[in-house]
Design a protein around this ligand. Structure first.
Ligand code: DLL
Length: 430
């Protein structure tokens, strides 16, 4: 594997140096030439790539092949402004399909399956990425995309898929809709789920596995590197995501010092592509926080594994010096029966201090129990419990807002967990 990686790294470095002016400039700034890469550890001599570099070269400035060779364009969902644009040659699509086909097998899929693909089709890489991989494996793929939940349920009942994929928040949404319609998700034909594209917790895994009586695995990826399939958990261990190391080199760095962190310690994931033609990418800083292990997995695979992504550096909330990721808050919330696994964190200003409101939603059962009265003493008790859990496990204090059932917006793709209202709440104070 190391021999293959080095060969492919050297090719990639040469390709970007010769064909992408941005990389030639960056290499020259650091005084590094393609021939300087003689071992895998030389990768640290190379420049990092950041999302801003893609934006500065919008739309096609980082492409390493003539436009005629590009057969597909995707874009990252991004927060604001223009999307980050990525491109693929025929070969890139071919490799990506192989990687995703392999990922589906790792998750427990078989060529004879029917596969319900509830990832969004479009500029987002989720839908088409899983689709091509599933077809490559030979499974009958249902390109339902996200949304239109009642129709999704009908097709799950009628087509009897063995596999399902989508964002964990949307799949939960499907389960809830089924329950609302008096159907039991445990009675569907689904046996395994491939969930990702957003951070989710171990507790959310348990919730989804129990609701559908399935095995749920975590899939990771990002448009800039390829899309879904950069890594995936195996169904045997469900313990860390196997990285497709024949196509990507992983590093984990301290986001402040940019120095490598030891295996097992959290840091920012950095990926270098090894086989990409249209958009080869060197040391891409993902902004995602995770750790890696090189220990052999019980499934027999020997690839490096990454932990579940805790969250993006940009999504980390800092309250009075304490750092917390929404996924850690989710872990606390899912242990309580009175509330459902939908929540939002509103960042607000209290005076000059940043503070946070945690919006949760009660279950219909609990809502009936309290006579639909949110000033009921049991609600006060619930708030105190959440506040206490939050303080003891996440070390943060948040004010808790308890909302009636179905009041927190449901996602059809990636869930929005953090809403920054600091600007507007600051204005209110003046
Ligand atoms: O989300 C690709 C994807 C599609 C992955 C379907 C898995 C399944 P982007 O839209 O470019 O691509 O967003 C990439 O999403 O940097 C992470 O912050 C987050 N992300 C992706 N997978 C996971 C995961 C797709 N399993 C960004 N856990 C990444 C946590 C994830 N975060």
């Amino acid at each position: 594997m190391e021999k293959l990686q080095l060969e492919r790294l050297q090719n990639t470095v040469k390709k970007v140096y010769e064909n992408v002016p941005h990389y030639k400039n960056e290499f020259e700034k650091l005084g590094v030439k393609p021939d300087d890469i003689t071992s895998l550890s030389d990768i640290t001599k190379l420049p990092f790539t950041k999302k801003q570099d893609l934006r500065n070269n919008y739309p096609f400035g980082l492409f390493a092949v003539p436009k005629e060779e590009v057969v597909r364009i995707h874009g990252s969902s991004g927060t604001s402004g223009k999307p980050t644009v990525v491109g693929y040659t025929k070969n890139d699509i071919n490799n990506w399909s192989d990687i995703v086909a392999r990922a589906i097998v790792t998750a427990g899929g078989k060529p004879s399956d029917i596969f319900h693909n509830a990832y969004g089709y479009g500029l987002f890489t989720g839908g088409l990425g899983l689709h091509f991989g599933a077809e490559r494996l030979g499974v009958a793929t249902v390109p339902i995309s996200g949304g239109n939940t009642e129709r999704q349920i009908t097709l799950i009942e009628d087509f009897e898929p063995r596999g399902i994929c989508g964002t964990p928040s949307y799949i939960l949404n499907i389960a809830e809709k089924m329950e609302e319609l008096g159907k039991d998700p445990r009675e569907t034909s689904v046996e395994y789920g491939i969930f990702g594209a957003e951070p989710w917790s171990e507790e959310m895994r348990t919730t989804l596995e129990q609701k559908f009586n399935i095995k749920a695995v975590d899939i990771y990826g990002l448009s800039e590197i390829m899309g879904p399939g950069v890594s995936i958990e195996c169904h045997e261990a469900q313990d860390g995501l196997h990285i497709a190391e024949d196509h990507f080199i992983v590093e984990v760095i301290d986001p402040e010092t940019l120095q490598p962190v030891p295996d097992g310690e959290d840091g920012e994931l950095v990926f270098t592509s090894l086989t990409k033609e249209a958009l080869p990418i060197i040391r891409y800083r993902t902004g995602d926080i995770a750790s890696i292990t090189r220990e052999k997995c019980i499934c027999g695979r020997t690839t490096t594994r990454m932990s579940r992504v805790k969250g993006r550096i940009d999504d980390m909330i800092i309250l009075r010096g304490v750092n917390v990721f929404p996924s850690e808050i989710e872990r606390c919330l899912l242990t309580l029966d009175e509330i459902v696994p939908h929540y939002q964190i509103h960042l607000i200003k209290k005076g000059s201090m940043d503070s946070a409101e945690l919006h949760v939603e009660v279950s219909s059962l609990f809502y009936n129990e309290i006579g639909e009265d949110l000033s009921h003493p049991l609600v006060e008790k619930l708030k105190r419990t959440i506040q206490h859990d939050m303080k003891s496990t996440c070390l943060v204090t948040m004010s808790i807002k308890v909302n009636p059932p179905k009041s927190i917006p449901r996602s059809e793709g990636k869930a929005i967990r953090v809403i920054d209202r600091r600007k507007e709440t600051e204005a209110l104070k003046v």
